[in-house]
Design a protein around this ligand. Structure first.
Ligand SMILES: [Zn+2]
Length: 84
């Protein structure tokens, strides 16, 4: 009986540790995203970028950019990746 109790405690502790680690990673990621956005907004005149697939122009903060290529949507990013 005691070993089952110990086993349960180990599982609960493990799950808690995993939850904390995940929460931290998420927070870090969100902070980085927020920082990037504020940096871009602080620049004032926002750079316009062109979607590699449909040639639509949109503000860089709304575009999905990978290296020097930008896309208007996830769909077009995926389309580009598939064509590579
Ligand atoms: Zn597009």
């Amino acid at each position: 009986m005691r070993s089952i109790f110990l086993f349960l405690i180990v599982i609960v502790v493990f799950l808690l540790v995993m939850a904390v680690i995940r929460g931290r990673q998420q927070k870090k990621f969100e902070q980085q995203l927020a920082q990037k956005k504020t940096q871009k907004n602080a620049q004032g005149n926002e750079k316009m970028v062109c979607c590699e697939i449909c040639q639509t122009y949109l503000p860089e903060s709304q575009a999905l950019c990978v290296e020097d290529k930008c896309f208007c949507s996830k769909k077009h990013l995926q389309q580009f990746v598939d064509n590579e």
